[in-house]
Design a protein. Structure first.
Length: 362
């Protein structure tokens, strides 16, 4: 009660602003908007966790069997990784399964690399969901929440898990709505403009990479980017460079966490980094030279917010199709890089958990 009265007094003072308290009000509003933004990001990530965790529980190990059965060829691994990651909304979970199968000697490293490629494509569904901001997103989120609530009354464990997964979709859009509200109030902040609204493509790429590395969630960073684009705050061209950086930044924590693991885990983590970095290098010059043409091609149909999500999908899909024929070269390169550290490692090596300290989403 006392805290509520104090907060109301602060608001009243800000409304009846004077020169004395003007600076205080500016900082107070800025702090509340920052807290709201990070709160929205936390809710967004929690929604993804609900969807991913409960979808995996619904599968009850079937995902692992599906991957194992469909990895007779690399193209089977690519398609399987795409489908499973699209359903579970977690490329990390799919990558972990692939690594565990490699460690067990069930599949080859090349097949696991194909699965990781597919997983990157499958998780672009996330960006497409995030692009449904505004009225359409609010309606979908509300319907999902109602359906999830009704299903939660069931005593059946499977139905309860399904309800949690559906509720996760509602939570996701709630977080997106909170982020949308808070982001619009941060445009004037110098630090915000230096991160998201700089003109240099290289700084945008670097900022996207670092921010994703810090938050350990490219989904959250993509969400902020889509919101900024949909609100006509961030130009599409700037968002593309930021997205490239976010894709690379999502690999860092996985690489760091694999340093004390066995050679197979390190190879998979290294492949993920090299694959995303190679894709960024491939796209960067085209974006620099053909920025206006690419902007027109993407933005004319769906607006900037939807265009960012579409670019994210096209980027990962093109990278998978372009680099897929060179899986053999990637395999030789990564084995050569890790051969000194892993030359004495074989199937009988002591296997350490690849999943330790890895966040749910990348």
């Amino acid at each position: 009660m006392v805290k509520s009265i104090l907060f109301n007094k602060i608001i009243i003072n800000c409304i009846t602003v004077t020169n004395k308290n003007r600076l205080f009000c500016v900082y107070f509003n800025m702090v509340t908007r920052i807290i709201t933004l990070f709160g929205g990001i936390a809710i967004l990530i929690f929604g993804f966790n609900l969807i991913s965790a409960n979808t995996e529980r619904l599968a009850e190990g079937r995902a692992k069997n599906i991957i194992r059965k469909n990895l007779k060829t690399p193209i089977g691994g690519l398609l399987t990784g795409t489908v499973v990651a699209g359903v579970t909304q977690s490329s990390v979970a799919v990558s972990v399964i692939a690594v565990s199968l490699v460690e067990a000697g069930t599949i080859s490293f090349r097949s696991s690399a194909a699965v990781i490629m597919g997983a990157n494509v499958g998780t672009t569904v996330t960006a497409q969901l995030l692009s449904l901001s505004g009225a359409s997103g609010g309606i979908i989120g509300s319907i999902a929440s109602i359906i999830g609530l009704l299903l939660s009354f069931s005593k059946n464990k499977t139905v309860k898990r399904l309800s949690n997964s559906v509720m996760g979709l509602g939570v996701l859009f709630a977080g997106l709505s909170i982020m949308t509200t808070s982001v619009k109030g941060l445009i004037s902040a110098v630090w915000f403009r230096k991160i998201f609204l700089v003109e240099s493509p290289f700084l945008l790429f670097l900022n996207g990479m670092v921010l994703t590395g810090i938050t350990q969630s490219s989904s959250a960073v993509t969400g902020v980017t889509v919101i900024l684009g949909a609100s006509k705050i961030m130009p599409f061209t700037s968002a593309t460079f930021f997205t490239l950086g976010a894709n690379v930044g999502s690999c860092f924590f996985v690489v760091l966490s694999s340093l004390n693991k066995n050679v197979n885990a390190r190879r998979s983590a290294l492949f993920n980094l090299i694959f995303n970095l190679s894709g960024a290098i491939l796209f960067f010059p085209f974006l620099l030279m053909l920025g206006e043409e690419i902007t027109y091609l993407f933005v004319k149909e769906r607006g900037v917010g939807g265009a960012i999500a579409d670019f994210h999908t096209v980027f990962n899909l093109v990278c998978a199709l372009v680099f897929f024929p060179f899986l053999g070269l990637f395999e030789k390169l990564i084995i050569k890089i890790t051969s000194n550290n892993g030359k004495n490692c074989n199937r009988n090596c002591k296997r350490k958990s690849f999943t330790a300290n890895i966040p749910r989403f990348n």
